[in-house]
Write a protein that binds this ligand. Sequence first.
Ligand SMILES: Nc1ncnc2c1ncn2[C@@H]1O[C@H](COP(=O)(O)OP(=O)(O)OP(=O)(O)O)[C@@H](O)[C@H]1O
Ligand SMILES: O=P(O)(O)OC[C@H]1O[C@H](OP(=O)(O)OP(=O)(O)O)[C@H](O)[C@@H]1O
Ligand SMILES: [Mg+2]
Length: 290
Amino acid sequence: MQVLKLGLPKGSLEKATIELFEKAGWLIKPAARNYFPKIDDPELDCSICRPQEMSRYIEGGMLDAGITGKDWTEENESEAVIVADLIYSKVSNKPTRWVIAVAGDSEIRSIEDLQGKRVATELVNVTRRFFASRNIAVDIEFSWGATEAKVVSGLADAIVEVTETESTIRAHGLRIIHELMESNTQLIANKDAWNDPWKRQKIENISLLLQGALRADRIVGLKMNVENTNLDQLVSILPSLNAPTIAPLYQSTWFSVETVVSEDIVRDLIPRLIARGAEGIIEYPLNKVI
Ligand SMILES: Nc1ncnc2c1ncn2[C@@H]1O[C@H](COP(=O)(O)OP(=O)(O)OP(=O)(O)O)[C@@H](O)[C@H]1O
Ligand SMILES: O=P(O)(O)OC[C@H]1O[C@H](OP(=O)(O)OP(=O)(O)O)[C@H](O)[C@@H]1O
Ligand SMILES: [Mg+2]
């Protein structure tokens, strides 16, 4: 039997990734202190790997495919096939941003003011390329972490750091002066694996189901009954991914109406549906939308 070597990210993205795979149809069971989690698919061989290193192992063929951040693939300048953008992070389903930030009371206002200054970051190569492209000479220092603290304690004049909710930036009283790039989670693959028909099909199947599971996040199914005379006025206020499904109820003047809507509008929508004659409304979660 053929097996695909799949890399899963350790750290920030680990929990969200395992949950996404579960929604997509694969149960991953992490074992304590072991970096080879079990998965209920004999065609997959999973390894947990730091997102910072993932693209290098994929480029080298030690892994066939993996989930990592676009930021680290760019940092490593790795040659890999970008199979799919999977827009999720640690706590949200939004991209993350790499920003240049300074202490709140700093005199630095623009990136030009950083000429000759010290910048701390984990993302050294991207940062170096950015300042070189702007012809601004800065002293870039690799940071092992807790980077936000460095501008507060004076260890650096500015930092280049990833932010998702900006809560860490705010908690340190920092000021963002520039956005360097946006990043998101991606499924990437080794070039040879992509050219192998079996592996490619397997990677494409994973990609399809992961994207379907992501799309199903925060949307729900709504189903209700409505009498013939109220049908048009009810359907006219229904948002829908596609046109709603309308089916007659057996030996009745009533119809069943079914649609898929964004979860956050449901609380406003339900009272309006009732006002237009909807009865027996049910809301249900979705696993995948393909
Ligand atoms: N809130 C977040 N903080 C940091 N990274 C995030 C966040 N949300 C998503 N990411 C993404 O997760 C990936 C891994 O993040 P990072 O490089 O910080 O490693 P980590 O898993 O957080 O480990 P570490 O503890 O070393 O920071 C990156 O691609 C990054 O863009
Ligand atoms: O904008 P926010 O939502 O506050 O997220 C940004 C923070 O999250 C990351 O840290 P992480 O949680 O990965 O911890 P770390 O310090 O171990 O990297 C990142 O390094 C920032 O410190
Ligand atoms: Mg981190």
